[in-house]
Design a protein around this ligand. Sequence first.
Ligand code: ATP
Ligand code: MG
Length: 560
Amino acid sequence: MSDLEENKVSNFIRDIINKDIAEGKNGGTVITRFPPEPNGYLHIGHAKSICLNFGLARDYSGICNLRFDDTNPSKEEQEYIDSIQEDVHWLGFKWNQNLFYASDYFEEIYGYAEELIRKGLAFVDDLSGEEIRKLRGTLTEPGTESPHRNRTPEENLDLFHRMRAGEFPDGSRTLRAKINMASGNLNMRDPVMYRIVRADHPRQGNKWCLYPMYDWAHGLEDSIEGITHSICTLEFEDHRPLYDWFLNNLPALHHPQQIEFARLNLNYTVMSKRKLLQLVQENHVSGWDDPRMPTISGMRRRGFTPAAIRNFCDRIGVAKVNSTIDYAMLEHCLREDLNKTSNRVLGVLRPLKLIIDNYPEDKLEWFDAENNPEDENAGVRKLPFTRELYIEQDDFREEAPNKKYFRLAPGKEIRLKHAYYVTCVDYKKDEATGEISEIHCTYDPASRGGWSEDGRKVRGTSHWVSASHAVEGEARLYGQLFKTENPGSTTGNFLDDIDPDSFSSLKGCKFEPSIAEAAPETRFQLLRQGYYVVDKDSTPEAPVLNLTVGLRDTWAKMNK
Ligand code: ATP
Ligand code: MG
């Protein structure tokens, strides 16, 4: 991870860890975990948690486990398990042999439930989920105890074993912790620990018809793995008393410390897995890796670099209060990295034929083109130059609109990047459409390389490609998927705020030959156009480039 700008700015979690180490707690070790539920693809919010947990392990010479919290089989799939591993790796983190599945602990956790039953701290309830909810009370009123709350441990154990054996239908019984129905914290009002569900589990098959609830299982998973600091998002603050209650009542077990931090929120983005799944299932996007998705795989296909995402996560820091980060800041981190690392290439998105009348028809020259002015090791490549070229339609006007117009127009001279000065002498129009079909220029042989010996000034510089060498391909132009900062805030339905113009495709683009040779995921700066990445659909015969991000950095300007 040499390209990571390590940002060891302190935060409250590091303060806690430093104190624990100073006091010799946990023998001075740091063991964290990233515990995704495999019910969807990872998104940029998860990246924050990944960078935090794996980053702490790295900086304190500790360990970070990757743990699949696979306790809800009806929504979980192997596809998600695979994609999560790929995404964490791509972000640049390794778990080595520390890959775990919560479902591997089911037997052990079941044993701890029996222990709580024997202690009189858990009971089998015959109420339905609906009835339990009704008796739960409100923030201002206490709940009502279940009529089954006072069963003996023997009766509870017998019923619990029969629940596991499959004697009762789905949803007919639960195991509940016996805590306090009058607690001011609703999570402490005899929370459900197990429910009966018959579902095929990706790893356990139909071995189990009992599945543990998150709050019951999570602390035990942490404990079994010897986690020292169990870091989660703020919504779980009110669950911490329950996390601690379970572990305090199983005193032989290691007791990790739960610490909550503010989740990442980004404007113009939705991050709920339910909403992301809906976008995919209802075909509002092309898939989980649609380049407009805030998923790691979508961002990867969009051309994000792992370093840009890591830097972003480091910079936004870790806080205890929720806030929303400006999407422009994420783009700023992206541009900053791409500027350093991506080669500059020439590609014409909307081609217009340019013919140099005084350049010999069969002549071919090769110009040296610097790959990246920001990186002295990036080297140069050869660009073919011929009589017939393509330039951008936008770089020519029939009449110069004003004195500040420095592009091509009849009588105007511009520089062709890396090549020559050319002056427009004529242009042709298509009779039928009125569109300009070609422009004619003369070149100044003394301006070879794009510099004039007499020192005359030419303000405009255009990119170009040789017509006979260019490879024809497609540019996929992507913008933000949503047109409002907080999708759904006005109509209540986030789908209403999808921007129908967030994707368009330009076919017939003309790219310099080096683009055609580049493998998928190669990132470029198309000179004057923006940062682009080679798509997975790309072939050498028909390259496909995705627009990653434009060149203008609004966030850097705003924050100057
Ligand atoms: P859900 O629980 O709704 O399925 P989730 O986004 O919480 O979705 P998990 O798979 O449980 O998904 O998340 C794994 C880890 O990622 C958790 O520790 C969670 O706290 C963290 N995480 C999820 N979203 C964010 C976010 N926006 N910012 C920071 N961390 C997040
Ligand atoms: Mg979750």
